[in-house]
Design a protein. Structure first.
Length: 196
């Protein structure tokens, strides 16, 4: 049985996917065209270590409890810094697009009236693996950021270490468990259909 709500959700996910791709690519083109233009300045998001903030004068009664986000302006970036920055910016864009494509395909199967198929088992497994791999992605992004910032004058003040976030890992494990429940359901359905 086809679902109208799933059809609407499929349309919304398609619009978000298109919007995200256009904005993501447009943002990257704008960022890197200015980095290689006359300005020759690359902007990179980073964080200042809390211990380094003790050397800076904060208003009375304030102290930093965790790294504070800052934008680092890298003047005359080297080709290697530009390359690392492009990869650093592409990673979340590619992961976001992959997740949206997987979700859109799952919703598409619901819209078509067949959510409990082998295809969705594979999709759920892929989604679970993406979520479980978040710490590895965080380490890679930290190394890339370090490669950009280490050669900057204030690189020593900045915190490019990764923070282990277990939320995505727990969600990924939950999705992998759900994938196995779906796989078991698919096997049971195939057994029943084979006996009829």
């Amino acid at each position: 049985m086809k679902s109208r709500k799933a059809g609407a959700l499929h349309t919304i996910l398609t619009a978000i996917l298109i919007f995200g791709v256009v904005l993501g690519i447009g943002g990257l083109v704008a960022k890197y065209s200015s980095a290689v233009s006359d300005e020759e300045r690359l902007q990179v998001a980073a964080k200042i270590r809390p211990e380094e903030l003790k050397n800076l004068e904060l208003p009375s009664g304030l102290e930093a409890a965790q790294p504070i986000p800052v934008i680092v302006n890298v003047q005359d970036p080297a080709a290697s810094q530009l390359a690392l920055s492009i990869i650093l910016d592409l990673i979340p864009l590619v992961i976001g697009i992959a997740v949206l494509l997987i979700l859109r395909a799952i919703v598409g199967s619901i819209k078509d009236g067949d959510p409990f198929g082998r295809a969705n088992v594979g999709r759920l497994r892929k989604l679970g693996i993406i979520l479980v791999a978040f710490p590895v992605v965080a380490i890679v992004m930290s190394v890339l950021l370090g490669g950009i910032l280490d050669s900057t004058p204030n690189g020593g003040l900045l915190n490019n270490s990764f923070r282990l976030d277990l939320g995505p890992v727990a969600a990924g494990l939950g999705v992998l468990v759900l994938a196995e429940v779906f796989a078991h359901g698919v096997r049971m359905r195939e057994d029943i259909e084979g006996t009829v």
